[in-house]
Write a new protein. Structure first.
Length: 455
């Protein structure tokens, strides 16, 4: 069982550490480590207190240890006393403004860093420009006592990937940073990369436990394929393989009686459009002119549950906890805006709790189905995708027969559902578990590195 200790700092010019008796019992400790920094020191029994570790300010200086007076976890292995974890949150898009170092995302990072006392970790935010490769340190951004601070610390125990978009993810400089820190410094890196819709579909299709949740999905190849799927399902969706926020999503419907096609989408001015065409060729020539269809997928249309005649889907957040176990941490309904092809807020969508839409028995039934599906899908994605995945945002639907369908899985889920007053606490919970998993990953990397280092 893990135990946390307050780390105190004493004025002392020696390299000395005073430990509770329980830590020194039957153990020989020669070094103390914080993040990637480890130094030799003299370890002596604490004369009074069993709940604190006292380090000299000389040890503090050599470890680059910031004194936040919080209880931290301790892991002893190979004669090394590891204190932490020190968690680096890697991102891009820093600004020169001290009060808003990450622009519009500052508030999100403030929430992440503010869970440090509850979790027993020291998290900080950094970008590639903050790394001192020669010294093996980082000038990280910390949030403490209602202020943003820049403090020099060692390379962290683990890194949480919060790059903001696919463009930054492909940036050669940032790719190189990730490669070096993982390969040369063996730092575990969790939640790497954005998911591709087609990649997720193809991998999950091989897993029989979750294949039932997958709507038929194909890369766009020809009009005849779209004709076949329209005759089969009545309507289909065309989506960018690497899209997000509902951008570029088109719904195509076929009216068999009138032999007419309809396309619902949002135009470049943000206006929801529904247009009628006498032929599929005419629809594509008009709506998809100058678009690269090779980067689109075609997906089976689902007849979703509705509220006030508007389709509903559901956003579910899942996170791994400090034992590496998946939990559903947030669940909300999203109702499509009038005439919108998606349920996103930017298209007029509304966020509701399930209890606001459904009667209690129906609410409980839908919640149970969605939670079970999200946990099965989370385990499947974590087992079938590269890297260490500990957080996923799902867009799931329930059709008129009560079956659950997966529309999207996001490794960097948007947080618009937390604008709903009833979901504020779940916002905090997702942040807490994002950092709590770092404790688990740090422990695994110290005690069982062979299970973590798989690159």
């Amino acid at each position: 069982m893990r135990k946390r200790y307050t780390i105190e700092i004493a004025k002392n010019s020696q390299l000395v550490v005073y430990c509770p008796h329980e830590l020194l019992k039957d153990k020989v400790i020669k070094k103390i480590a914080f993040g990637s920094r480890a130094i030799e020191a003299d370890f002596k029994p604490h004369p009074k207190n069993n709940n604190s570790i006292v380090i000299s300010n000389e040890v503090q200086k050599k470890l680059y240890f910031p004194d936040f007076a919080i209880k931290l976890h301790v892991f002893v292995e190979h004669h090394v006393l590891n204190i932490g974890p020190l968690v680096g949150i890697f991102t891009a898009g820093f600004t020169p403004f001290p009060l808003r170092p990450l622009g519009d995302r500052t508030n999100f990072f403030y929430k992440l860093l503010s869970v440090k006392t509850n979790v027993g970790a020291i998290p900080f935010v950094f970008g590639e420009q903050h790394i001192n490769w020669d010294k093996g340190t980082i000038n990280g951004y910390f949030y403490h006592d209602h202020n943003w601070l820049t403090i020099e610390v060692p390379f962290p125990h683990v890194i949480y990937d919060r790059l903001p978009n696919r463009k930054s993810e492909r940036n050669p400089k940032l790719v190189k940073v990730k490669e070096i820190l993982q390969r040369d410094y063996l730092i575990p890196w969790y939640n790497p990369g954005f998911f591709s819709k087609l990649d997720i579909y193809e991998r999950l299709q091989q897993d029989h436990s979750v294949a039932i949740y997958l709507p038929e999905t194909h890369p766009f190849t020809s009009f005849s394929m779209i004709e076949n799927m329209l005759s089969k399902y009545g309507h289909i969706y065309l989506k960018p393989i690497n899209g997000s926020l509902g951008l570029g999503v088109h719904q195509i419907l076929y009216d068999k009686i009138q032999d007419e096609y309809y396309c619902r989408y949002q135009d470049r001015d943000g206006v929801n459009r529904l247009r009628k065409f006498s032929s599929l060729e005419g629809l594509f020539q008009t709506v998809f002119a100058n678009r690269n269809l090779d980067k689109m997928i075609v997906q089976q249309g689902i007849h979703l549950l509705r509220h006030e005649q508007r389709p509903i889907d559901f956003r579910i957040h899942t996170n791994k906890d400090d034992a590496g176990v998946w939990h559903v941490t947030a669940l909300a309904a999203k109702i499509a805006g009038r005439g919108s092809v998606t349920t996103h807020a930017r298209s007029g969508g509304e966020i509701k709790t399930l209890a606001e839409i459904f009667q209690q028995e129906e609410c409980n039934l839908h919640t149970e189905k969605l939670v079970n599906a999200a946990l099965l899908l989370s385990n499947s994605i974590a087992n079938n995708m590269e890297g260490i995945i500990a957080e996923i945002g799902f867009d799931l639907g329930i059709d008129k027969h009560g079956d659950v369908w997966l529309f999207e899985a996001n490794s960097k889920p948007g947080r618009s559902i937390f604008s709903h007053p009833a979901l504020k606490d779940f916002d905090q919970l997702t942040c807490k578990l994002s950092m709590a998993f770092a404790v688990f990953l740090t422990e695994q990397s110290i005690l069982h590195p062979e299970d973590v280092i798989k690159w």
